[in-house]
Ligand binder design. Structure first.
Ligand code: UDP
Length: 409
């Protein structure tokens, strides 16, 4: 059997007063039509990265609505994840050659996991490329297969799509985070666009007292009387941690006592993480005002997003960037890379700042820290933007619509 991820119960009723009542009513009415369904979500890892974060928050709400939903992860190790991280990088635009050995590894792991798949499901949702080939190895039956792509594939290396093409053909529908991520000639005819979302009631995003947040940050060795810029991200080249360090170095020439925090989680399916982490540590060694942490708890993340002077997400490519929504929800000022899903969230100058270079990033850090009123105004608009567009009940509604539509046809 694939590995079943345990779920902590949540209730959709608790979101009354946070999102519009109409939205909750629509969720109830959509869910009533499909309560006898069996839905399975499969991804690569139960910890680390945005997919696990979303599933952790989303599956309990479907269960609360009596929609029979289960989350399982594949059985795999670095042999597969080395290959699929190169697919991931290829989909984000890096050149990707898929050799014979890589193909064999990918196919073997997927065939093996197909064998481990148990149960009779009405809908199976496969997340990202790691388990994408599973349906290829199974007999066709009534099950509807959906592929959920969380990656910014707007400039993908054609080799990756070409290699995945026969596997993609097995699916009944695909969900992308943005319209512009769908490639020309994509083999799945039924395409949907659903923007990701955060859970305002999770440990990571619930409102915490600023004093508590500051004391948590202080307990990690920071001086809370001096400015703090923070990026929370996997250690991944696309998140540009080295660019963040460069921007910090420029900004600190103008901002006395500036501190930089880089917090990263090590996802099981991202073997590149430790290599980038090591680079970041080596580069930062001599600067006592750079703080690097790995695998902090959700309350710590909450504290850094709430009480840092500002938050950076200097990605070069970004499917969505939950970390942006998380910090905006806490009324913090986010300076984000002008790319992919970050553009959905940050309206430049209104709900945060978009930047295209190290210099621009440093400039916005200095400007914002010199005028604290900037954060106050932008922070309020940022929170409202996230409330309207990027909270988990809206994601739930969008996906319930898809399940309903898929089964009607
Ligand atoms: N995250 C975390 N601890 C870390 C770094 C990241 O809990 O040290 C979380 C972060 O808060 C967010 C998710 O991991 O919920 C990352 O999602 P995002 O969409 O920003 O990026 P991805 O990793 O999926 O590319």
């Amino acid at each position: 059997m694939l590995e079943q991820v345990p779920i902590k119960p949540r209730s959709i009723r608790d979101y009354h007063g946070i999102v519009e009542d109409d939205l909750i009513d629509e969720i109830y009415s959509l869910s009533k039509k499909i309560t006898d369904l069996r839905i399975l979500h499969i991804n690569a890892t139960k910890f680390g990265g945005g997919v696990a974060e979303i599933l952790n928050n989303y599956i309990p709400l479907l269960q609360d609505l009596w929609v029979g939903t289960v989350w399982q992860t594949i059985i795999a190790d670095d042999r597969l994840f080395e290959v699929t991280k190169s697919f991931h990088n290829g989909l984000q635009g890096k050149e990707c050659k898929i050799g014979h050995d890589e193909q064999r590894t990918y196919e073997r792991f997927n065939a093996y996991n197909a064998q481990l798949l148990e149960g009779d499901w009405d809908i199976v949702v496969i997340h990202d490329p790691q388990p994408l080939a599973i349906p290829y190895y199974l007999e066709k039956n009534h099950t509807k297969w959906l592929w959920r792509c969380h990656i910014d594939a707007s400039e993908a290396d054609a080799n990756v799509w070409a290699y995945l093409d026969p596997y993609l053909k097995e699916f009944d529908g695909a969900i992308f985070s943005l319209e512009s991520f769908i490639p020309d000639n994509f083999p799945i005819k039924k395409r949907y666009v659903v923007h990701p979302a955060i859970d305002p009631l999770s440990e990571k995003n619930k409102e915490i007292d600023q004093k508590l947040a500051s004391s948590i940050i202080k307990s990690h060795g920071l001086d809370i009387t001096k400015p703090i810029m923070t990026q929370i991200s996997r250690f991944d080249p696309w998140k540009d941690p080295l660019g963040v360090i460069e921007a910090y170095k420029l900004a600190k020439k103008k901002i006395d006592g500036l501190q930089l925090v880089l917090v990263g989680s090590m996802a099981n399916d991202d073997p590149e993480g430790w290599k980038i982490y090591q680079k970041v540590v080596d580069i930062s060694k001599k600067d006592k005002n750079i703080f690097i942490f790995t695998n902090l708890g959700d309350l710590d993340i909450n504290a850094f997003q709430s009480a840092s002077s500002l938050v950076i997400q200097k990605s070069i490519k970004e499917g969505f960037g939950l970390t942006v929504a998380e910090a905006m929800w806490k009324e913090n000022l986010v300076i984000g890379g002008d790319t992919g899903g970050i553009r959905l969230q940050i309206i430049d100058g209104e709900t945060g700042y978009l930047v295209n270079s190290v210099e621009e990033c440093a400039g916005k850090v200095v400007y914002s820290l010199n005028d604290p009123s900037v954060k106050g105004e932008i922070g309020k608009r940022a929170k409202e933007h996230i409330r309207k567009e990027f909270l988990i009940p809206r994601l739930l509604r969008d996906e319930l619509r898809i399940y309903n539509e898929l089964l009607e046809k």
